[in-house]
Design a protein around this ligand. Structure first.
Ligand code: GLN
Length: 269
């Protein structure tokens, strides 16, 4: 079997180690004798829904989102929408997740149109509160930064979040999971991320896959099953992954988050 991975904007959108998700898929496939081809899809490159099996996109600052937004809509949009509608697996993290929704309103109030793959809209907290991010403290006060723990079915996932955007799901949209620690979509409704077909949007950086091998395998399996019919993945020895996850969970659930997270809920003091 072969898996074709489409890595979107590798040189622009790979904040907080999101490239680690690509390396994890590569390794977990190679350890099972599954060939992996990685298409680095930069600005100007189209997405071929008949070729790709799994799409990965990482995070980035508002400036990065502004940079890729037009290309995402005009060059890659149709290919991504067709791919997701056809069951291609996808994992879109933070800035990537936000731009796969209806729109993202940046910290300065500029509205970046999104792909509409996820029935969700995102507004930066600074735009909601009218906070001028002219000091580090002010900029930090409108961000959710820290460990993120999510209940995903019977699994508990752990990662890291750093975002000013607050995401609201449309009625009927399926959240990815429930927040156990951290902010998730908007620290109001307790949901994290969004799911549409085999596409997952999330705020989970880290990167997410190395410490959450079940999540990586879920997407590898979905990607291969679309092309080859139902597949069963060989079990791997995930002792190190599991101990890293346990360690991170322990940290996330014992280490108090810094005070100013509370500022999030009522704007800047
Ligand atoms: N720029 C977006 C925000 O602040 C996304 C940040 C990210 O990808 N880490 O919410």
């Amino acid at each position: 079997m072969r898996l074709v991975l489409g890595y979107l904007y590798p040189s622009v959108m790979s904040q907080y180690g999101d490239r680690g998700n690509v390396l994890t898929v590569q390794k977990r496939c190679q350890w099972r004798g599954i060939d992996v081809e990685i298409d680095h899809l930069e600005m100007g490159d189209r997405v071929d829904p008949d070729r790709v099996d799994l799409l990965l996109v990482g995070g980035g600052a508002d400036t990065h989102q502004r940079l890729v937004c037009d290309d995402l809509l005009r060059v890659k949009g149709d290919g991504i929408r067709h791919a997701v509608a056809d069951g291609v697996a996808a994992f879109a993290v933070c800035a990537g997740y936000q731009l796969w929704g209806h729109y993202y309103r940046t910290a300065t109030g500029e509205e970046l149109p999104g792909l509409g793959v996820f029935q969700a809209r995102t507004i930066h907290r600074a735009a909601q509160t009218g906070t001028l991010q002219d000091t580090i403290t002010k900029a930090g006060s409108v961000r959710a930064v820290g460990n993120l723990v999510v209940q995903w079915g019977s699994q508990v996932l752990v990662g890291f979040e750093n975002h000013g955007g607050r995401t609201y799901l449309d009625g009927g949209a399926q959240p990815f999971g429930r927040v156990l620690a951290g902010a998730g979509n908007n620290s109001e409704d307790g949901w994290e991320g969004c799911v549409h077909n085999n596409a997952i949007g999330t705020y989970m950086h880290g990167p997410a896959f190395p410490k959450n091998p079940a999540l990586a395998d879920h997407l590898i399996k979905a990607a291969l099953s679309r092309r080859y019919g139902p597949v069963a993945l060989d079990r791997l020895d995930d002792a190190r992954e599991t101990s890293a996850q346990q360690r991170a969970l322990q940290q996330a659930t014992t280490k108090p988050r810094r005070r100013w997270r509370h500022l999030w809920s009522d704007g800047v003091g």
